[in-house]
Unconditional design. Structure first.
Length: 513
């Protein structure tokens, strides 16, 4: 293995394929919006939020940096907006592509990578950002240094997994970091990352290189969401049934990713001028993960209230329909919704269910969900509808149900609630805050435990059994949404932040760079 490694794995970082092949920039943008795995190539809550934010601020110009995994079709799912001045696409290479980038300087890149990704060392990260420059002088890192680092990290982080598995996990991680930090972010007056992770890392690098302010908005807590996904990823663990390392809490290759994402979050928090969450619970989670409390604030999601308030809801005496609206991906735990509907459908012949949302993001998971519906024998009454106009769907159903493993402030609940529909949601993110309000407020639906088909089914059946109570809950939820989650509130909050930080003095004005 070592011979192969020394022959093939050369961390010379000297001929990185330039990202941003779609790079077009007409002028210095007011805001450089940095996103990962979403807008404009993927439908979803964060993408919808981004599009709405840009559209609501026509006087503000935006440049979009979109970080995408390799193999994704780079086809925009959204119509271009006139205040977008340009796009840069950063494609993270596939698992077996080896890391390459450009270095300059005298410290060992391998050691800087280790201290940045696993110690969250701000000093070493800043040095790494300076070294890993798109315009830097080429300087090969030592093969021996890199081999020693890989061996040491394997021993300390994942001794229970196979070295071959760790080897490619490690390379995928470092390759992705190299791609991101080697991206030359366009000049802008303000940088705005819409998560930590790779987007936050790129934002932190742009802030370091330009001196311009960095804002961070977290819809979900990135570290938590990636941890949930990793814990469910069978490809990232071995069989430990008889493994003596089973009791070692650091024995799994997934710990490499989790620790790296934790450190990426800390580095982004340190470089950010303002750290925004969508709810008080989100802010608390950010502080717990290392965000300085004095930098944090809450700006709730906002929706076009008029668009949803004017929806004419179906008569309650029609055939009752229960809808899941969202991406068919593992973190949404669509399987729990399916199993809950199995309980409901088999006890009530007059109920139907719809699963509404795109299935192309995780096709294997979507197929698993379809097979589950088929195996339960409920395919004639629980339908997959794919992408639909959410306004039309809301007007045809009796309630909306979310069974997610992780959420921030789901737009689906806000949109359904603004129309007057009661909802059922798992107890994640701000779902309880949305549905139950403050202590003593009347509820706008039911909050259930995670991964609980029985409890979810019970909540659904309560709403179906009492249409009058369901409509009363819907009216309560509508009043709460209209009072707290209007698009105009979000627009004013971000407009003020952009103005305040765009005028901040810095060492280097973007128009002069």
């Amino acid at each position: 293995m070592r011979a192969f490694f020394m022959r093939e794995i050369v961390l010379s970082f000297n001929d990185l394929q330039r990202n941003g092949v779609d790079d077009v920039q007409r002028d210095v943008a007011d805001v450089c919006l940095i996103l990962e795995g979403c807008y404009p190539f993927v439908f979803g809550g964060v993408s919808s939020w981004s599009h709405s934010l840009i559209k609501s601020l026509p006087e503000t110009t935006f440049h979009i940096i979109s970080i995408q995994p390799g193999g994704v079709e780079l086809k925009s799912r959204y119509d271009p907006l006139p205040n977008i001045t340009g796009y840069t696409t950063v494609v993270l290479a596939g698992e077996k592509r080896l890391p390459k980038a450009t270095f300059r300087g005298d410290k060992r890149p391998a050691e800087l990578l280790r201290k940045s990704l696993f110690d969250a060392s701000k000093e070493d990260f800043d040095h790494l950002v300076e070294l890993l420059s798109p315009n830097g002088r080429k300087s090969a890192a030592s093969e021996r240094d890199y081999w020693n680092l890989t061996r040491d990290m394997y021993t300390s982080l994942a001794p229970a997994t196979s070295f071959q598995q760790f080897f490619w996990v490690w390379h995928t991680l470092l390759n992705s970091v190299a791609e991101v930090l080697s991206c030359e972010a366009p000049h802008a007056r303000v940088y705005h990352a819409i998560s930590t992770g790779y987007a936050g890392l790129l934002g932190a690098a742009a802030q370091k290189r330009t001196g311009r302010p960095l804002l961070l908005t977290e819809h979900g807590i990135y570290t938590n969401e990636r941890t949930v996904e990793l814990m469910a990823a069978s490809a990232l663990h071995d069989s430990f049934e008889n493994d003596p390392y089973l009791s070692d809490p650091r024995g799994d290759a997934r710990d490499v990713w989790v620790r790296a994402f934790e450190c990426m979050g800390i580095l982004c928090y340190e470089r950010s001028d303002r750290i925004i969450s969508l709810s008080c619970s989100g802010r608390t989670a950010q502080i717990r993960l290392g965000a300085p409390a004095e930098k944090t604030q809450v700006i709730a999601n906002g929706i076009d209230l008029h668009r949803f308030k004017r929806i004419e809801l179906k008569p309650p005496d029609d055939r009752q329909i229960v809808a899941f609206i969202g991406r068919v991906v593992a973190i949404k735990d669509v399987e729990t919704f399916i199993r809950a509907m199995d309980i409901v459908l088999k006890s009530d012949p007059d109920v139907s269910g719809w699963i509404v949302g795109p299935e192309d993001e995780e096709p294997h998971y979507a197929e698993k969900c379809r097979q589950l519906v088929s195996s339960l024998g409920i395919g004639d009454r629980l339908k997959f509808l794919g992408m639909r106009d959410v306004v039309q769907i809301i007007g045809q159903v009796d309630m909306v149900v979310l069974t997610s493993l992780s959420e921030a402030q789901p737009l689906t609940l806000l949109e359904a609630g603004a129309a007057g529909l009661p909802c059922v949601a798992s107890d994640v993110g701000s779902c309880r805050e949305i549905l139950h309000g403050d202590e003593g407020d009347p509820p706008g639906g039911y909050v259930t435990e995670l991964m609980s088909p029985t409890e979810t089914a019970t909540a659904i059946r309560k709403l179906l059994a009492d249409p009058a109570e369901a409509r009363a809950m819907g009216a309560t939820l509508q009043a709460r949404i209209c009072a707290n989650y209007g698009l105009h509130m979000m627009r004013e909050a971000y407009s003020g932040l952009y103005r305040a930080h765009a005028s901040a003095s810095t060492a280097q004005d973007p128009s002069e760079a």
